[in-house]
Write a protein that binds this ligand. Structure first.
Ligand SMILES: Cc1cc2nc3c(=O)[nH]c(=O)nc-3n(C[C@H](O)[C@H](O)[C@H](O)COP(=O)(O)OP(=O)(O)OC[C@H]3O[C@@H](n4cnc5c(N)ncnc54)[C@H](O)[C@@H]3O)c2cc1C
Length: 483
């Protein structure tokens, strides 16, 4: 198929090729860059540009500014909200950061790693481990998501309980601004009180203020001892009691606490048939827990296991949990983690569901679940809430799967009503309608519903100051698209 380009597009592409060479300006076979991970959004890129370094990113951004071309930065394209795919206008380029994948330096004494934006998260975890360090960001998409995408979305994941969000793991940034200037904030400092901390404007800004090209990341002592367990019980209140008990017993050694409804686990067993039944009976709620310790040697492992087991025995005695399985080998621990990690993909196989990535204060999670579930069941007979996530952070993936007999398009058409049922309750608990995945093009209209006009106005002022032409990831993030 031949696409006839308007003359200014020809000129733009010619100049882009002058910057990158012809091989890295793609205008055909763009499907993988044009559709998001969930297959929910498909755009029409003018081209896909694949720069190799910061200077090339800067030159391309200047070129886009001169031609008024919108730029959609793309990392691993694992966004759950269509954040990294263009609109259907054919006027936006996808700027793929995959070739910016160099490790610039590692400083084990300073516990820092300086890397380019296109490094895949898992390779950074592995690199840290080679230096007997931990880079703790960990999420289901870690084999393909990139650190630039993690930074742009302020990704969370399964160890936020102990180490915080991506925002807490970034010490410095290098950013190409909307006018093509390179803002070098690559400082490896844990203390620096010299004016506004500009890096935080770009972390979590979903590519709407600038292109992240490199970052200084925090490292931690590697965990040499580790123990994992899965527990079953009846109510979300018990989960909160267990969280309090385990944190009290283990302090900072307690690193993950992932809640799952039985419906979530059942879905994994349906689509991943090798998943074993963990308990002889069904428990409506289950939790995966992990504790780690940097201490090396058998002594540290034994001590950690003893504290972990003692806390779990106490939980059993107090009736906080009803059954518990402690992994006795690395393979078993991986098997338990696989149950949690496969939920997203099982849902993907199961077909369209209405996703909510919400947060409320940890202490309100049980009350929130108890309030929302009856509302959904009252509105839709047979509806299947698939509830799982990072209870220790107050953040749940509260996904609502269609009731039996509903077609995917019919269920999709209910999105606004289902969103209102869930998110109005989130708002009453002073929660967040998007705690991890960001807004992209899926959730930006909810800003207008749940943020105050003044908050939105201040965000618009920041956007106008840094991106006056509105070319950085247009149509994402702020309500009503580009300003
Ligand atoms: C199976 C699965 C599990 C997941 N689990 C979690 C989880 O536990 N926690 C969580 O937070 N998220 C999770 N996600 C969502 C997703 O993986 C994260 O949002 C991740 O951080 C996105 O990284 P990416 O490289 O794929 O970014 P992309 O999807 O490519 O982009 C995401 C956003 O960042 C922008 N962007 C990308 N790179 C840059 C850059 N260099 N500069 C500026 N902007 C940029 C894009 O324009 C887009 O707005 C999961 C996704 C999947 C598929």
């Amino acid at each position: 198929m031949t696409r006839i380009q308007p003359p200014q597009t020809d000129e733009f592409l010619t100049q882009a090729r002058a910057v990158l060479g012809t091989t890295h300006v793609l205008t055909t076979d763009l499907a993988a860059f044009a559709t998001d991970w969930r297959g929910k959004f498909t755009g029409v890129p003018l081209a896909v540009l694949r720069p190799a370094d910061t200077q090339q990113v800067a030159a391309l951004v200047k070129l886009c500014a001169a031609h008024g071309v919108g730029i959609v930065p793309q990392g691993g394209n694992t966004s759950m909200c269509g954040g990294a795919t263009p609109d259907g206008s054919g006027k936006q380029v996808v700027l793929s950061l995959s070739r910016l994948n160099r490790v610039r330096s590692i400083d084990p004494l300073n516990n820092t790693l300086t890397v380019e934006a296109g490094c895949v998260l898992q390779t950074l975890q592995e690199l840290a481990a080679e230096h007997d360090r931990l880079f703790p960001l960990s999420l289901g998409a870690e084999g393909s998501c990139q650190i630039g995408g993690n930074i742009a979305t302020n990704a969370g994941g399964v160890q936020v309980l102990r180490y915080g969000n991506t925002r807490d793991l970034v010490l410095g940034l290098e950013v190409v601004l909307a006018d093509g200037q390179v803002l070098n904030l690559l400082r490896a400092l844990r203390k620096d009180n010299t004016g506004y901390d500009l890096k935080h404007l770009f972390i979590g800004s979903e590519g709407t203020l600038g292109i992240v090209t490199a970052a200084v990341l925090k490292l931690f002592p590697a965990p040499h001892a580790s123990t994992v367990a899965f527990a079953g019980f009846q109510t979300p209140q018990q989960a909160l009691a267990l969280l309090g008990l385990m944190r009290g017993a283990l302090g900072d050694r307690f690193t993950a606490f992932e809640l799952m409804s039985d419906a979530s686990v059942a879905l994994v067993r349906q689509y991943f048939p090798d998943t074993p039944a963990l308990f002889a009976q069904t428990y409506p709620w289950q939790v995966l827990m992990q504790a780690t310790d940097p201490g090396a040697g058998d002594g540290a492992q034994t001590a950690l296991e003893a504290s972990f087991q003692a806390a779990l025995e106490q939980a059993l005695e107090q009736g906080v949990i009803e059954d518990v399985l402690i992994a006795t080998s690395v393979a078993q621990a991986e098997q338990l983690w696989a149950v949690r990690e496969n939920i997203s993909e099982a849902q993907q196989h199961d077909g369209h569901n209405i996703k909510h990535d919400m947060a409320v204060p940890v202490s309100s999670v049980a009350a929130f679940i108890d309030e929302v579930q009856p509302l959904l069941h009252g509105a839709y007979a047979g509806v299947r809430p698939i509830i799982y996530g990072h209870l220790g952070d107050g953040n749940l993936h509260f996904n609502v799967s269609r009731p039996p007999g509903w077609s995917t398009p019919d269920w999709q058409a209910e999105s606004d009503r289902v969103n209102a049922l869930v998110l109005d309750v989130v708002a009453r608990y002073q929660g967040s309608f998007s705690a991890e995945h960001g807004l992209g093009q899926l959730k930006n209209h909810e800003m207008a519903l749940y943020k105050t006009p003044l908050e939105i106005d201040v965000m618009r002022r920041v956007k106008a100051a840094l991106d006056p032409q509105g070319l950085m990831n247009p149509g994402k993030f702020l309500p009503n698209g580009p300003f």
